[in-house]
Ligand binder design. Structure first.
Ligand code: NAD
Ligand code: DAU
Length: 331
């Protein structure tokens, strides 16, 4: 099988490529990635000899047409992915998440190639803290930020291309991922790398916002379950019942570093900050027999701390510029 992975030099995409190379040696993998600030060639170093990395943009219709024409399956991770960046400058989000997805859809339509679209639970908006409800594939779309609204738009394009043009597509909407190779702008690696530097973690607002954490390898095993056994045209939610508020996560990290639980700073909250995400993944579990493997969050977090300690050369070059952006925004 010839697999094209867009965004395969980013956090989840690179972990997907590494997992696939490990577990499915017969799959021939090509990565298409623009190597933006979030993409890193070195994340694919372990498979450099066997995976082709094409540096290019998913909005480049001629390049996308050629690469899709040479593939049997496209898994589409490439996106602008960070909410805080989308509040500063939404323009690349519209370009990559909407125009880029449109460009890919036109190519898979023309070449009749199977397409799996990676999306987020943020398309559903947020839940109240005391609401027993969780998101399902039937929850109405209600995105809050420029990031989540462009992801919602990209999902709707995929649904329309599946229905109107018969594109062989599936969609997954996953909750917050953690694990190795995550950019240090994101919450968990930002605090880990702060703690390595002896800097206090930064909590937006009161820290009561809840995220539903899942290990990146569990997300990616869910993606393969959908590719292998999912029904064409369907949407599956991926989540591992990992709800935690941000204060709890910061306290777990402080404990892992042997620091007092109140050794952090409250900083300016995010505009429009979604309160709570929670995934009901029973469709994926019951229909496709998927199960998460990394159900011990504390153990997963400690392994992630170890990874950032051991791979300082990977993240250090981005640290000062990332923190400068946050300082300018009061975060
Ligand atoms: P990331 O920002 O770490 O990686 C994105 C990758 O896409 C980078 O390698 C970047 O260079 C590449 N890219 C960006 N614009 C491009 C363009 N125009 N052309 C080609 N490549 C481009 O993101 P991530 O956290 O790995 O997220 C991957 C996907 O998963 C996204 O679609 C995101 O919406 C979705 N998702 C993320 C999470 C999460 O917790 N991080 C959860 C659910 C869904
Ligand atoms: O739910 C899935 C989404 O999860 C993905 O679609 C996004 O691509 C991914 O970035 C993530 O979005 P969040 O906005 O939830 O993740 P982030 O890591 O930016 O923040 C997680 C929570 O932590 C959020 O409530 C904001 C808070 N936060 C973040 C940072 C960077 C802090 O309290 N302090 C911080 O320094």
């Amino acid at each position: 099988m010839r697999l094209l992975v867009t965004g395969g030099a980013g956090f989840i995409g690179s972990n997907f490529v590494l997992l696939t190379a490990r577990e499915r040696p017969d799959v021939q993998i090509t990565v298409l990635d623009a190597l933006t600030y979030a993409g890193d060639r070195s994340s694919l170093a372990p498979v450099a000899g066997s995976v082709e990395l094409v540096e290019g943009d998913i909005t480049d219709a001629a390049l996308v047409d050629r690469l899709v024409g040479e593939s049997d399956l496209v898994v589409h991770f490439a996106a602008e992915s960070h909410n805080d960046n989308s509040l500063r400058d939404p323009s690349p989000f519209v370009q990559t998440n909407l125009i880029g997805t449109f460009t890919l859809l036109e190519a898979v339509r023309k070449h009749e190639v199977r397409f799996h679209h990676i999306s987020t639970d943020e398309v559903y908006g947020d839940l109240e803290l005391d609401d027993p409800a969780k998101f399902t594939a039937d929850t109405p779309y209600n995105p809050s930020s420029p990031y989540s609204s462009t992801k919602a738009g990209s999902d709707l394009l995929v649904r329309a291309w599946a229905r109107s043009f018969g594109v062989q597509a599936t969609i997954s909407n996953c909750s917050n991922n953690y694990g190795p190779y995550q950019h240090i702008e994101k919450f968990i690696p930002r605090q880990i790398t702060n703690l390595i530097d002896g800097v206090r973690p930064r909590l937006y607002g009161a820290g009561e916002n809840v995220r539903d954490w899942i290990h990146v390898d569990d997300h990616n095993s869910g993606v393969w379950a959908i590719i292998d056994r999912g029904r064409i045209g369907e949407t599956y939610l991926i989540g591992a019942d990992g709800e935690k508020n941000n204060l709890e996560v910061v306290q777990a990290l402080l404990t892992a570093f042997g620091r007092p639980e109140d050794d952090f700073d409250h900083v300016t909250d995010r505009a429009g900050h979604d309160l709570r995400y929670a995934i009901d993944a029973s469709k994926l579990r019951d229909e496709l027999g998927w199960e998460p493997r990394y159900t011990d969050f504390a153990a997963g977090l400690e392994a992630t701390v170890d990874w950032y300690r051991a791979n300082e050369a990977w993240w250090r070059p981005a640290k000062a510029a990332t923190e400068a952006k946050y300082s300018a925004a009061g975060h």
